[in-house]
Design a protein around this ligand. Structure first.
Ligand code: SF4
Length: 179
């Protein structure tokens, strides 16, 4: 159950809000969720979908996983060999593949800003499928627009209203938005 005072979450200073890979992912799903997450309004931790996502993330590909932190983002390195650095993002399904691709592109762009060239690998362990993601000019431009719009949303005084979408059924904020 989410327990927070909505008005309390609305007073933020400029330094409180920053874009993360998770926000990029939600940007392509639900702008209301972007606002809630940007303000650290924690969703229902008992939600079974939160648990499943966390379990898959923790258990999958354990053998070759190492985590690195870069600023406020954490990245899973899956390979650092002759083909260069490869970072991975594990998802429980490919249903929101376009969002996942942009999230990984964001991580690649943050690495690039830090002077590191890398490729990305999206992994869907339940579907035994992987996809390579490379940063292109088109992706960079798309990311730039997304980052600006995420900050615009995050600084709105009130969250965008809820819009019923397929994702709501399994969203950890479901009770908050629709009860
Ligand atoms: S329940 Fe639906 S409207 Fe509410 S945050 Fe989740 S996806 Fe968005």
């Amino acid at each position: 159950m989410i327990g927070f005072d909505m008005r309390r979450g609305c007073t933020v200073s400029e330094n409180d809000l920053h874009v993360t890979g998770t926000l990029i992912w939600y940007y392509y799903i639900c702008h209301r969720e972007v606002w809630l997450m940007a303000r650290n309004m924690v969703p229902d931790q008992d939600n079974s979908n939160v648990d499943l996502g966390r379990f898959i993330h923790e258990q999958s590909y354990r053998r070759d996983k190492k985590e690195i932190s870069l600023g406020h983002i954490k990245l899973d390195i899956v390979k650092n060999g002759k083909d260069g650095l490869v970072i991975g993002e594990v998802k429980k399904s490919s249903k929101s593949e376009a969002s996942a691709r942009m999230q990984l592109a964001y991580y690649l762009s943050e690495l690039e800003k830090a002077g590191l060239e890398a490729k990305g690998e999206l992994r869907f362990p339940k579907e035994k499928r992987r996809e390579t993601v490379e940063l292109t000019d088109e992706l960079r431009a798309k990311l730039d627009l997304a980052v600006r719009d995420i900050l615009r949303i995050a600084y709105l005084e009130d969250p965008p209203g809820p819009i019923k979408i397929k994702f709501c059924r399994n969203c950890a904020y479901n009770e908050f938005c629709w009860a």
